[in-house]
Design a protein around this ligand. Structure first.
Ligand code: PFF
Length: 442
């Protein structure tokens, strides 16, 4: 079995790198804007606290227990459960659109060097032209994103993934906190703070509720074996429950920092928060251009931060499937990486086509573009479902004495976690999924 180890800090940084991604900087602000701010944020924070962290600890435990890819890990728990390990492939489904979005970011880095749009209509036109008409350009940047990701996955745990995270994660934090300090000096900072933290309950729908729960899984990288795979690659001496808390803390912090930055700038320049996926691609460039010289600089820094966050998550989306193929079929890492990369790269092209004006209709099903289908089936369905599986396996199937490592790490808190993983987390998620299918009404 192929087992290469992270260093202790490499593991912590790589896991934070997996969690902190486009979900935090691109998606969290726009769904918060769409669903009205404070109340949505509160539900998101409560889910992270009561469900997300418990499942994060459970996934880390499983990784440490199995010391292998997700399929082999579930097989070790019980041979009939190996199928659950196929959740490793959820990451490839996510990559079909995640890599396309990283491609958009690359495109914007390139285009912002030539100048920024000066009005919302100009920015809207640029974004619409990119996703509606420029299939070839998108494929080119999706390919570039794929090549960079595969290069680091091919480098392996230590020389590839750890190295990438050791450089990009500290750089990302410096950039984001730098921009936060700047936003702090702007008068609309207070308004942004209120928008994020003051709950307007009347704006909360049951759909918002499900999105908040789904997003808390997505943002913590739960339910697809990324955390299992990373935690399999670390020495037993590392305190996994403490690492889980550090990861959840930084992940939440960065989402809130990104939200504060984006909403401060939006309100400062009189823009609407509910712009959807185009928020960082339409509203932000216009705002930056209104700021003059400093705006160009901030725009570039912001996009670079976004790209870095995306890349460190992307490697963790690909690694579980790659490790599985290496272990199961005896492929070399190079071949496994190329194979898994080609699969999501190829399907990603159809996600691109599903947004295009010419082919969009053909690549849409039930009125939804393939891109959106990949996105919502993973974050509202596959990730929570896999999360329930993890909770049930760790809470009921694994014998209590096997949990000694984490119970000694956690001390008195262990019993609270155990109740959460056996009852609160699975029941909460199942309840929400029944609601999603219209079986019950929230
Ligand atoms: N957590 C990442 C984000 O917030 O962008 C996305 C992600 C990475 C989801 C890895 C799942 C995963 F396994």
């Amino acid at each position: 079995m192929n087992r290469e180890l992270f260093s202790k800090w490499g593991f912590i940084l790589a896991t934070i790198g997996s969690a902190v991604g486009l979900g935090n900087i691109w998606k969290f602000p726009y769904i918060t804007g769409e669903y009205g701010g404070g109340a949505f944020v509160l539900i998101y924070l409560i889910t992270i606290l009561f469900v997300g962290i418990s499942i994060l600890i459970a996934e880390m435990f499983l990784g440490n227990f199995g010391k292998s890819d997700p399929v082999t890990t579930f097989e070790k728990v019980n041979p009939s459960m190996r199928w659950f390990g196929l959740m490793a492939f959820n990451g490839l489904i996510i990559m079909t659109f995640y890599s396309v979005v990283i491609g958009w970011i690359f495109y914007y880095i390139y285009s912002s060097i030539n100048g920024l749009p000066t009005s919302v209509s100009e920015a809207e036109k640029e974004f619409k032209t990119l996703i509606g008409d420029s299939v070839a350009i998108q494929i080119a940047f999706h390919t570039l994103a794929t090549l960079i990701v595969l290069h680091f996955v091919n480098g392996g745990i230590k020389e590839g993934i750890e190295k990438l995270n050791r450089i990009l994660m500290p750089a990302l934090m410096v950039i984001l906190f730098g921009i936060l300090l700047y936003s702090f000096t702007l008068p609309s900072f207070g308004k942004a703070f209120e928008f994020l933290f003051y709950p307007h309950w009347e704006k909360l729908s049951s759909e918002a509720f499900i999105r908040a729960v789904g997003h808390s899984f997505f943002t913590l990288s739960l339910g697809m074996g990324a955390i299992i795979t990373y935690s399999a690659s670390v020495s037993d001496r590392v305190n996994i429950s403490k690492t889980a808390l550090i990861v959840a803390f930084f992940d939440t912090l960065i989402a809130l920092v990104a939200g504060l930055i984006i909403f401060t700038l939006l309100f400062q320049f009189g823009e609407e928060p509910s712009k959807g996926p185009g928020l960082v691609f339409i509203s932000m460039p216009v705002i930056f251009s209104q700021m003059g010289g400093v705006g160009y600089f901030l725009s570039l820094l912001f996009l670079i931060a976004l790209a870095m966050a995306g890349l460190t998550s992307a490697v963790s989306l690909v690694e579980p499937a790659v490790l599985y193929v290496i272990n199961r079929f005896g492929l070399t890492r190079f071949k496994a990486t190329i194979l898994m990369g080609s699969i999501y790269w190829f399907i990603g092209i159809f996600a691109i086509l599903s947004y295009s004006n010419s082919y969009g209709e053909f690549w849409s099903f039930f009125g939804k573009p393939l891109f959106d289908i990949f996105e919502t089936t993973t974050d509202s369905l596959l990730l929570p479902l896999s999360g329930v599986i993890i909770a049930v396996v760790v809470g009921y199937i694994i014998k209590r004495e096997n949990l000694n490592k984490i119970s000694s790490e956690m001390g008195g808190v262990f019993s609270i976690w155990y109740i959460s993983i056996r009852f609160i987390a699975p029941i909460a998620v199942i309840f929400l999924m029944l609601n999603l299918f219209g079986i019950i009404e929230l």
